[in-house]
Each structure stands twice: as structure tokens, then as C-alpha cells.
Design a binder for this molecule. Structure first.
Ligand code: C2E
Ligand code: MG
Ligand code: MG
Ligand code: MG
Length: 272
């Protein structure tokens, strides 16, 4: 009886599971091919100084237009790339593209590139970043690395060496999506972050929820006390922008200013 039940279970689940597995496998193969064929594009979203409303930098965001599936969001392909090890070449590709594109923009613009914890843990991470900076003649002081918290950032020797080596070269670090996932206050003590990016869910809720607003306010205060720049993501309305300014956030980012756009349009936007 147990055996029959077991078999029944296996039969019930097998088709669905293998279909999902097949879909993933196809996507994984396609991502690897897309990377080889340089079909991953990079778009840029402005980072704005709250006080002046000026664009002071951009964030590079990977874009994948799949020939059959259409636009695949990074929230789908980044975790996949992390799982199968493709995040290392993908991350290098995005960084190289961003450093090259930045050559057409004014010198004062900083470029923020997302890095997964999986990359930061690699022995070769700092070296690979420095090699790309040298190859593209992009100054380290204009680069900001946003650490995205999909997995725990470990205080391992390799991770710490990577962060410190890059920081000594002049690269800055931002703690992305602060307030969600693994990112915690203890990170601010253990790792050399220059900026905190408050997750956009807090801004989304700030007008309706006094708690969300209180958290934004507290993080702004924390930034001031620790000497860390604070930015809030997901500004979609003028009212939210005013709120962010009133709460003392140094920088803002969101659809109100611009969605992520191709490199050439950044050049136009900053020229205007
Ligand atoms: P993130 O680093 O927090 O990037 C900000 C995300 O919020 C982007 O989504 C951006 O399009 C979106 N966003 C910006 N302003 C607004 C707004 O006002 N409203 C709303 N609703 N959304 C806004 P995107 O491009 O889909 O990227 C999602 C995430 O994927 C990124 O979140 C980042 O964690 C990851 N990602 C994207 N590109 C890369 C990459 O090259 N490497 C790594 N490791 N991760 C990446
Ligand atoms: Mg980011
Ligand atoms: Mg973010
Ligand atoms: Mg985010």
C-alpha cells in the first residue's frame, strides 16, 4: 500500500515538475547564449540630488529581450544567473558596458552597478572590477557598487578583502533595498557602505502608513549620524519627492524623474 501511494505521489507530481525544470533549463541555456551573443542590454536610471533636483548619477540595470518570450525581467533572470554561476560573466558584462557608455556622459556623473553577493564572494571579484576599470579608462571614484541582498553577505575573508581593496582604489559601495531581505543595521557596522538605498516599498507606503514614514525618517537620521548618504527609491509622484526632501533624504530615484532608459537618452537628458 505504501508503495502504491508512493507511486501515486510520484505520478501526480512528475509531469508538472519536469515541465518547470525543462522551462528553467531552456531559460538557462538561452541566457547563456544571450550573454555570448551580447543580447543583454543595459539601461540607466538617473539618481537625483534632492536639494537641487539635479541628476548626479545613474544606475545601470540589465535588460534581456528574449527572441521568443519577449522582455524577461531581471527579477527572473538574475536569481537564475546566480544559481547557475552565470552572474559572474553577466556582472562583468554589465560593468564593462556601463563604463564604456559613461564615456559619452559628463564627468561628474557617477555610475552605480548592481553586484550580487555571489560575485562579491568570488576570489577574483576585486581584480576583475579593477581590470574592467583599467581597460575602459573609467575612474574608480565614479563607480558605485550596489550590493543586492539576495543572499546573506558574509564576513568572510574573501568578501572583506574584495570590499577593502576596491574601496582603497576609490570605489564606493551602496547597500541596496535597505529594510528588506537580509540587510540589517549590523551590516552598517561590519561593512564599509557609503550609501543606503531605502527600498521602494517604504516610499510606496509612506503616504498611507505612518510606520513606513517613521522608518524613512529614522534611516535618514541614521545616515546623518553615521555620515552615510541616504537615497530613497521608487519616487513616482511630486508629493513623494517633497516628502523625501522634507525627511532629509539626500538623493532620490524613481519614475517621476525617469524610468530606466538607453544610454543615448541619458546623454540627452543630462544635456537638457
Ligand atoms: P534594484 O537594484 O533595486 O533596482 C531598482 C529597480 O526598481 C529597477 O527594477 C527599477 O526599474 C525599479 N524602479 C525604479 N524606480 C521605480 C519607481 O518609481 N517605481 C517602480 N515601481 N519601480 C521603480 P528592475 O530594472 O526590474 O531591476 C530589478 C532588480 O534586478 C534590481 O533592483 C536589482 O536587484 C536586479 N538587477 C538588475 N540589473 C542587475 C545587474 O546587472 N546585476 C545584478 N546583480 N542585479 C541586477
Ligand atoms: Mg540597485
Ligand atoms: Mg534597489
Ligand atoms: Mg529594489
Amino acid at each position: 500500500r505504501a508503495k502504491a501511494q508512493e507511486r501515486g505521489t510520484v505520478c501526480a507530481f512528475e509531469p508538472a515538475m519536469s515541465e518547470a525544470a525543462r522551462g528553467r533549463l531552456t531559460l538557462e541555456r538561452d541566457l547563456s547564449a544571450a550573454l555570448a551573443a551580447e543580447q543583454i542590454a543595459v539601461h540607466y536610471q538617473p539618481l537625483v540630488e534632492s536639494r537641487t533636483g539635479r541628476i548626479i548619477g545613474v544606475e545601470a540595470l540589465a535588460r534581456w529581450e528574449h527572441p521568443e518570450r519577449g522582455f524577461v525581467p531581471p527579477t527572473t533572470f538574475i536569481p537564475l544567473a546566480e544559481e547557475v554561476g552565470l552572474i559572474v560573466p553577466l556582472g562583468a558584462w554589465v560593468l564593462r558596458r556601463a563604463c564604456r557608455d559613461a564615456a559619452a556622459w559628463p564627468d561628474h556623473l557617477t555610475v552605480a552597478v548592481n553586484a550580487s553577493v555571489v560575485q562579491v564572494r568570488q576570489k577574483s571579484f576585486a581584480e576583475s572590477v579593477l581590470a574592467i576599470l583599467a581597460e575602459t579608462a573609467f575612474p574608480a571614484t565614479r563607480l558605485e557598487i550596489e550590493i543586492t541582498e539576495s543572499t546573506l553577505l558574509e564576513e568572510s575573508e574573501t568578501t572583506m578583502q574584495n570590499l577593502h581593496r576596491l574601496r582603497e582604489a576609490g570605489v564606493r559601495f551602496a547597500l541596496d533595498d535597505f529594510g528588506t531581505g537580509y540587510s540589517s543595521l549590523s551590516y552598517l557596522r561590519r561593512f564599509p557602505f557609503d550609501k543606503i538605498k531605502i527600498d521602494r516599498s517604504f516610499m510606496r507606503d509612506a503616504e498611507a502608513s505612518t510606520d513606513a514614514l517613521a522608518i524613512i525618517r529614522a534611516v535618514a537620521g541614521l545616515g546623518t549620524s553615521l555620515g552615510i548618504t541616504t537615497l530613497v527609491e521608487g519616487i513616482e509622484t511630486e508629493r513623494q519627492f517633497q516628502l523625501a526632501r522634507a525627511e532629509g533624504l539626500k538623493q532620490v530615484q524613481g519614475y517621476l524623474f525617469s524610468k530606466p532608459i538607453p544610454s543615448a537618452r541619458i546623454a540627452e537628458l543630462v544635456a537638457a
